[in-house]
Design a protein around this ligand. Structure first.
Ligand code: ADP
Ligand code: MG
Length: 427
């Protein structure tokens, strides 16, 4: 389904104008010239709903569109399947520009490739849960038996087994939204679009649904585009987040990048309340200069190097830079004292604790606490990318705390890594 780069959906400079009757080209020119939304509205009476939005969504990605009310989120997500006609730009779904499609072709895309979940569920009140779940399949002319099977499977996946014969009015808000989700999932859509699906729910139910949906997204490898104005939701669920203001996407970033490196004051004010420690990932805080050795390397130069760099743990890597073990200075020194000349994984080394570069640092704490060595950050083939020490974690957390500037001296970034490493084995 996705192209060779894994891209399932791409927006290229999508613009949506409202109230532009008769002067579309003139308004579009102003949009291209960067004239502000307010000015365009006061001069020509047209509202720029979405302004030259460009982004790509990859297979399996959870892509979030976030912004204040009126920033253009709903307009943008609806233009993707032309529930609202875009005024300009291209929308490529599964290799085809849907803006050039016939109405019939577009209907096929909506039925077969993309499913949408709305904020207000959009359920049919007189039909049962099962009938609601299979409704989209019915319009596709799928046989009764297949419809039932698919709808039942979707109902089971969203945790509504046993409720098949009830009508929506008998269900709580959270359960009604599950029906909406089941209906979307019953299509096995390549892309799931969701416009504030959880915002009508009570806070506790909302959190629960978010967690469940995160699990579903992961397990079923869904590709999801979700609109929200809830920062916590965006940071918790999103692989990447697009921030909108006045119809424009002003930053697209991972949660980690967004909280550590907001593009401007608007984004900064958005993510102000977020705790970096919750969203920073291993890659951001790791040191990229771990001390490494190969099996069979001479012991003495390694000991010298460790003393010089004041790093008391070294990782043993193979020819593919795969980490096989970690060695402490003490163990190596003992081997040296007893006359061992070459580094050997068997006797002197320990099994390293490793983590993924994208692991949230809140998940790394327990790992770091369980080893006196740094944690090795490795890619999916096990190759070493960097190390994380206790001090690096504390550093990251410290950015979360309001220092009294006079009392606390923040170490300069140059010395941090070294200091962090020196303290590892003294624990
Ligand atoms: N049918 C419409 N006619 C005129 N203006 C609209 C229409 N729909 C949306 N808009 C305007 O487009 C902008 C974006 O709206 P919307 O996409 O609903 O924002 P959000 O979903 O982020 O709250 C707003 O300025 C809104 O007033
Ligand atoms: Mg909206």
């Amino acid at each position: 389904m996705a192209d060779e780069n894994g891209i399932l959906l791409e927006c290229r400079k999508v613009t949506k104008l409202f109230g532009d009757d008769g002067n579309t080209q003139q308004v579009l020119k102003m949009v291209r010239d960067g004239v502000a939304k307010d000015e365009i509205q006061s001069k020509l009476g047209a509202v720029v709903g979405v302004r030259e939005a460009s982004f790509q969504v990859h297979q399996g990605e959870f892509f979030i569109i976030m912004g204040l009310s009126g920033s253009g989120k709903s307009t943008l997500i609806r233009t993707l399947i032309r529930l609202i006609e875009p005024t300009d730009g291209e929308i490529i779904i599964d290799g085809e520009d849907v803006t050039k499609m016939s109405e019939d072709g577009m209907r096929k895309v909506r039925r077969n490739k993309v499913a949408m979940v709305f904020q207000h569920y959009g359920l049919l009140p007189h039909k049962t849960v099962l009938e609601n779940a299979e409704y989209g399949l019915k319009t596709r002319g799928i046989s009764w038996q297949e419809r039932r099977d698919k709808a039942q499977s979707a109902i089971d996946r969203v945790g509504l087994s046993g409720w098949e014969q009830y009508r929506p009015s008998a269900l709580s808000g959270g359960m009604q939204q599950r029906v909406g989700l089941a209906r979307a999932l019953s299509h096995d859509p390549a892309i799931l679009l969701m416009d504030e699906p959880f915002s009508g729910l009570d806070p506790i139910v909302r959190r629960q649904m978010q967690h469940e949906f995160a699990r579903l997204q992961e397990e079923e490898d869904l590709t999801t585009i979700l609109v929200t104005h809830d920062l916590d939701e965006a940071l918790m669920l999103g692989d990447r987040i697009a921030i909108m203001r006045d119809g424009e996407i002003i930053q697209i970033a991972t949660p980690d990048e967004l909280v550590t490196n907001p593009a401007d004051d608007y984004v900064a004010s958005f993510v102000e309340g977020a705790s970096p420690a919750r969203f920073m990932v291993a890659r951001t805080i790791m040191s990229e200069e771990p001390l490494t050795a190969r099996e069979g390397d001479p012991v003495e130069p390694m000991l010298n190097q460790m003393r010089e760099r004041k790093i008391w743990s070294a990782f043993i890597v193979d020819n593919a830079n795969k980490v096989t073990a970690v060695l402490s200075y003490d163990a190596l020194n003992r081997a040296h004292q007893s006359g061992t000349g070459a580094i050997s994984v068997g006797r002197q080394a320990r099994k390293p604790v490793t983590c993924d570069p994208e692991m949230a640092i809140s998940d790394i704490f327990p790992l770091v606490l369980n080893t006196r060595h740094p944690v090795a950050v490795v890619d999916d083939r096990g190759a070493l990318e960097g190390v994380i020490t206790k001090n690096m974690l504390l550093e990251a957390l410290a950015h979360d705390i309001d220092y009294d500037e006079d009392e606390v001296e923040t170490p300069s970034s140059e010395t941090t890594t070294e200091q962090a490493n020196t303290e590892v084995t003294s624990v």
